[in-house]
Design a protein around this ligand. Sequence first.
Ligand code: ADP
Ligand code: MG
Length: 240
Amino acid sequence: MIEFDKVNKWFGQHHVLRDIDLKVEAGEQVVICGPSGSGKSTLIRLVNRLEAHEEGRLTVDGIVVDDNGKSIEAIRRKVGMVFQQFNLFPHLSVLENLTLAPVWVNGIAKKDAEAQAMQQLERVHIAEQAHKYPLQLSGGQQQRVAIARALCLAPRILLFDEPTSALDPEMIKEVLDVMSELAAQGITMLCVTHEMGFARSVANRVIFMDDGQIIEEAPPADFFDNPQSTRLQEFLSKIL
Ligand code: ADP
Ligand code: MG
């Protein structure tokens, strides 16, 4: 579903991704962790071309990610993204946040978009909040709205960039629970998170990045219980 083949990226002189090789199969859930500045966000932002790579080959569901506008459009229809900051429009209701892109970008009739939006809100257990405004909701509820918004575009892949990092501790679980349910439904996920309990129970594979490189990649049991590199051992000793 996603394939990085010797992908490199620079910001000016700064070599931020080095020879990234990574495959995510359909239905897999892959977690990425690593220190701040190691390139995690940049790596996932390449997938829907929020950033561009300079070298190597990246494909998403068979489409080569490059400058071609038609390809980028096709890829963005397949890939939903959830950010640390929920990026909801504060002046629109929850329902309007969810129907905006389906109606204005995809040309779906408003009534159909609303029915679809209500289904996705039910999926994240928040349908009763449909007519509220984002700032009337808790952070955990807002993040679940953001997940529902991504689901409204029927993505084949969901990208998450530290989706619980801006949340108060008591709200983290409700978001991780929804993500676990989506994983169990077989959605392909590439997720940057330091929630190691989630990684252990949900991920098929966990990836450790440091300084723009993938240092280690393993199923969660091996990753946590038998880390190979000293860098990963040190990282885990700090966060676990
Ligand atoms: P992470 O998500 O692991 O914290 P990032 O992918 O955000 O790391 O950043 C990787 C490196 O690239 C960091 O050194 C960061 O400062 C740099 N960087 C990220 N975005 C930009 C940008 N738009 N312009 C220049 N440098 C950037
Ligand atoms: Mg980041």
